[in-house]
Write a protein that binds this ligand. Structure first.
Ligand code: ADP
Ligand code: MG
Length: 317
């Protein structure tokens, strides 16, 4: 049963591998001179997704969140392995999951070369392997005082969708429909990460929230930052809800965006714009790196907003 399941759902041609699914190990030959970038992310039912979620969406998202780590490193995706625990071998579920997974894989030229399949509470653990030229990976530690802080795309949408789904934020249905795709079908910013090699001084993907993830860059780089709340890019629909503290929390501390937050010297603004254009994604300057440690967020009047990394703020006071 297990082998049939693997053969049917998870075995695809992998021309970029020496040997793919089917033996004790996959065999991979890295491109000459390239370094390998390797990352794993695990998704648990109840914690990262709910039993009602669409299996195709889950296939998409579980690979997308892993690809996002390669994007944040500036790596080119090559191979993936998939370890999956399933309560039952539900053929329709597996077919839909594989459809979502391989659509995302094909979009980004990543090949499934192995994995493990076992019975158990639904758990999806993926390892991705990418390639990056030596010393060109985008690390968290390169931010310098005076650098601009940038984000790609828009932020807060996935968190707004989650707050809506959990009944913590009322949204008109027509508005909710505009943010829900961000939660269920995130886009890893692979092309942007690659285009930022040699341009960005540091980068991270926003999985836990802007403040928390930018906080990792600041810590590793031994610097601080000052952000302007009004410059944070949102979907137009989000603006109508920002008077709600919950919605503002979504902007600063909402996870699951999978946008890139990165820094670059002011002298590289044109290069950042060119990278964004070549990748076909908008980027927005949201603040500056400071020599003094700490993360400040100011409003349009330069007034400091109070918050912690879980996003609680005091806009109303
Ligand atoms: P072993 O017992 O040697 O670990 P398995 O029986 O677990 O081998 O797996 C057989 C083959 O199928 C291996 O090549 C393995 O990498 C692959 N495989 C198992 N599960 C998956 C999966 N969910 N997705 C892709 N490949 C898988
Ligand atoms: Mg095994």
């Amino acid at each position: 049963m297990e082998f049939e399941l693997i053969a049917r759902h998870f075995t695809r041609a992998a021309p970029g591998a020496v040997l793919g699914v089917g033996d004790d190990c996959a065999l991979l030959a890295p491109s000459p001179g390239m370094q390998l970038a390797v990352s794993s992310d695990m998704l648990l039912e109840g914690r990262h997704f709910s039993p009602q979620d669409s299996p195709a969406g889950l296939g998409h998202k579980s690979l997308a969140v892993n690809l996002s780590d390669l994007a944040a490193m500036g790596a080119t995706p090559r191979w993936a392995t998939l370890a999956i625990a399933l309560p039952a071998a539900d053929d329709a579920w597996l077919t839909a999951f594989a459809r979502g997974f391989f659509r995302m894989a094909n979009q980004h030229g990543i090949e499934l070369v192995g994995g493990d399949t076992t019975r158990g509470a639904l758990t999806i653990s993926i390892t991705v392997i990418g390639e990056v030229p030596p010393s060109q990976a985008l690390l968290r530690e390169g931010a310098r005082a005076g650098d601009d802080v940038w984000v790609s795309g828009v932020i807060g949408s996935a968190a707004l969708a989650l707050a809506y789904r959990q009944g913590r934020l009322f949204m008109e249905q027509i508005d909710a429909a505009k943010v829900l795709p961000a939660l269920y079908l995130p886009t890893p910013r692979i092309e942007l990460g690659i285009a930022l090699r040699g341009v960005a001084s540091s980068a991270i993907d926003i999985s836990d929230g802007l403040l928390a993830d930018l906080g990792h860059i600041l810590e590793r780089s031994n610097v601080g930052a000052k952000l302007e709340f009004a410059t944070l890019p949102t979907l137009p629909v989000a603006q109508a809800y920002l008077h709600e503290p919950v919605a503002r929390d979504c902007m600063l501390a909402g996870g699951d965006d999978y946008e890139l937050c990165f820094t670059a010297p002011v002298s590289r603004r044109d290069a950042v714009a060119a990278a964004a254009q070549s990748a076909g994604v908008a980027v927005t300057r949201i603040g500056r790196i400071t020599a003094e440690p700490g993360l400040a967020v100011v409003d349009a009047n330069g007034q400091a907003l109070h918050f912690d990394r879980t996003g609680y703020d005091h806009f109303d006071e």
